[in-house]
Design a protein around this ligand. Structure first.
Ligand code: GLA
Length: 687
């Protein structure tokens, strides 16, 4: 099942072609019923065709245990259907009602410090609470039985942003389930003791009952215990999803999804989306701009590329973003004119078959009343509403891109969940060794070069790529390592950065006695270097290289074995040690970068890497701050051009610009503007 299923059900009322999904979370229960009429009328005016309903409706749908009240939801779905608006129906399990938490206080989650969380917000449950699982399954069954055949429903929205607020849970239910999970993984206590390295600090376990979640202790808790707990916590939530999805699938043919949270999948909210995406009929994601990030459109691009990776390159769905400000940052910066359209088209450019928002109508009460909506407090005489109508029209004018894909991408950046989690464990050489930040630096560099990148994991089939970047792949499994080695030996170019290949899947150092010891253990032979000691740099410290400018955050003492040094450190604690190296292996090349390069040096290296691997930008000579991404289907291509800069951009591309309905030759895009060009002729084989 794919996005095609949904988009084909979004065909126009007169049976016209498939459409891009447009709409958002619709929470009519927050408003008196007379407002609903205005809602649907305005949705039609804006071109809304898909809304997510019922996400936080549990308390109204089940006012007391086992007593259900569906009358209001019946009327909402009938009204939407009568107005041609399709529904992504939630099973409403994201926020157990107060009666539930009051009746089953043992279901509430517990923090690492032992504090049990109260209710009164949302997601107040432990994934391992049998009371929660039973109640969530019962509610799901009721909803699917009632609405499986409702003509408005085209997809199912299970829960909401799993793990956003209640992950991980360190309570008694999770402790018991953790032990079961560990027994399954290690079979015996000997296995667990070996994997966790419990000889250190007298941590040997003699019975399963002694094993606990990694609750706060006097100092650092066993890192492998922490890593396993993250894996377990993700699996526990996934079991909740799977159980609810199974109930739905038994009764309904419509696709089932849950909305992911992009890169917010770190150790603090561990959800392994690579693993989870296999259980999605459609991968869907939420993305919000961070106001403090001055180039947050690049964060958007990186997140969209990651989501496309989870979707294995197929179209996916932007389930939520915001029309303007959010409410949860220190300073909630509103969007500039044109920014919302640009953001939406950026997601579509990178593979989303639609643009949905949180939420339809801005709330008048509750914790999110300062969050923007499609219909703001100011009503229809407002910048936001006018842009919502404009976006609806724009999505209609580019509807022909539905089902097309971002194909022929030649560069992959790796972002393994285990590597990310392990890199975030405590007591490491430097807080500046930050996998997410290093990944962003590399993605930014390719973005500046106008080269589209996929984001994948080390165990994926990488054979279609010419160039693979492994930014801080701190933990690498044997399987991932073998895959990368094979990729290079078969002719691929691989870049490995510092603090990669250091530990195995149990977070134990990969000692490499055969290679004479040293770092980066897993990649010593492939890279042809042997590093012996890390020399993290002081905060703000920069060191010179004799090529590629400066380095910061990290350096290391070592030498090349079979590699050629493209640059060495010429200042700082390891002057003379290699900083950037290249090694031939099989018919490919493996590069090592032993520091964080400055922007200029990184850009130069990326240019050389691209030239060396025969990778080309989507369009040549793009002006700065202008983004171009290509989607294609059946020999037809469309180029999305997003101008994030203030000045008009002139872009050499010929074809029909679909939003304005003009012929482009060349294309002129005003500062802050967006364009989508149906290409007349195919450009060179570039992605
Ligand atoms: C998340 C949630 C929504 C809402 C928004 C606010 O994406 O899924 O319910 O809270 O954040 O930005």
């Amino acid at each position: 099942m794919s996005m095609d299923y949904v988009t084909s059900r979004l065909a126009t009322e007169d049976g016209g072609p498939a459409r891009l999904a447009y709409g958002g979370d619709y929470n009519p229960e927050q408003w008196p019923e007379e407002v609903w009429q205005e809602d649907v009328q305005l949705m039609r005016e804006a071109g809304v065709n898909l809304v997510s309903v019922g996400i936080f409706s549990w308390a109204l749908l089940e006012p007391a245990e086992g007593e259900y009240e569906f009358g209001w939801l019946d009327r909402v779905l009938d009204l939407l259907h009568a107005n041609g608006i399709r529904v992504d129906l939630a099973n409403a399990t994201a926020s157990p009602p107060p009666w539930f938490s009051h009746k089953y206080p043992q279901s509430l989650p517990v923090r690492a410090d032992g504090v049990q969380l109260g209710y009164g917000s949302r997601q107040a449950f432990s994934a391992n609470s049998p009371e929660y699982r039973r109640a969530a399954a019962a509610l799901t069954q009721q909803i699917v039985d009632r609405y499986a055949d409702h003509p408005a429903v085209v997809m199912w929205h299970v829960h909401n942003e799993y793990g956003c607020h209640n992950q991980p849970d360190y309570g008694g239910y999770s402790a018991a389930a953790f032990r079961v999970w560990l027994e399954r993984r290690y079979k015996s206590l000997e296995g667990l003791n070996a994997a966790w390295g419990t000889a250190f600090w007298s941590q040997h376990y003699y019975s399963w009952e002694e094993v606990q979640p990694p609750r706060i202790s006097g100092t650092w808790v066993n890192p492998t215990q922490q890593l396993d707990f993250a894996r377990f916590s993700s699996d526990a939530l996934l079991e909740c999803y799977q159980a609810e999805a199974e109930i739905i699938r038994a009764r309904s043919p419509h696709p089932v999804t849950t909305n992911f949270m992009g890169f917010n999948m770190g150790l603090q909210a561990p959800v392994d989306y690579w693993r989870w995406s296999r259980d999605m009929d459609i991968v869907s994601n939420d993305h919000y701009l961070i106001a403090d990030d001055e180039r947050n459109f690049q964060h958007l691009a990186m997140t969209a590329d990651l989501t496309r990776g989870w979707a294995q390159g197929k179209p996916w769905l932007l389930m939520e973003h915001s029309t303007s400000a959010v409410n949860w940052q220190p300073r909630n910066v509103a969007k500039a004119p044109g920014e919302m359209l640009r953001n939406s088209l950026q997601h579509v450019a990178r593979g989303s078959d639609g643009a949905l928002f949180f939420q339809w109508r801005a709330s008048r009460a509750g914790a999110e009343k300062y969050h923007s909506g499609m219909l703001p407090h100011a009503g229809t005489d407002s910048k936001v509403w006018r842009e919502v109508v404009q976006l609806g029209k724009a999505l209609q004018s580019i509807a022909e891109v539905v089902g097309s894909v971002v194909e022929g991408v030649q560069v992959a950046i790796l972002h393994d969940t285990d590597a990310r989690w392990a890199s975030e464990l405590d007591s490491h050489p430097s807080v500046d060794a930050d996998a997410l930040a290093e990944t962003r630096r590399w993605h930014d560099a390719f973005y500046r070069a106008g080269i589209t990148t996929d984001i994948r994991q080390s165990t994926d089939d990488l054979s279609g790529y010419r160039l693979v970047i492994a930014p801080m792949l701190y933990l690498v499994t044997d399987e991932g390592h073998a895959n990368l080695e094979g990729f290079v030996r078969n002719g691929g170019d691989l870049v490995v950065t510092y603090f990669s290949g250091i530990v195995d899947e149990n977070d134990a150092i990969r000692l490499a006695p055969a290679a004479g010891g040293g770092y980066p253990g897993a990649f010593l032979d492939l890279l042809g270097v042997r590093m012996e000691e890390f020399f993290p740099l002081r905060s703000g410290e920069q060191v010179q290289l004799d090529g590629y400018g400066t380095g910061s955050r990290w350096s290391e003492l070592g030498r090349t074995t079979t590699a050629e040094a493209l640059a060495v450190f010429t200042s700082g604690p390891v002057a003379g040690s290699p900083a950037v190296t290249r090694n031939k292996a099989g018919s490919g090349t493996a590069y090592y970068v032993a520091t964080t390069l400055g922007t200029e040096g990184l850009d130069r290296l990326v240019q050389e890497l691209a030239e060396g691997a025969g990778v080309e930008p989507v369009l040549p000579d793009l002006p700065p701050d202008v983004e171009a991404v290509r989607r294609s289907r059946d020999g037809q291509s469309w180029i999305f051009v997003l101008n994030h800069g203030a000045d008009e951009a002139v872009v050499q591309v010929q074809g029909t610009e679909l939003i304005g309905g003009t012929e482009a030759n060349p294309l002129r895009v005003p500062g802050g503007g967006s364009a989508v060009v149906r290409l007349q002729s195919q450009p060179k084989d570039a992605a």
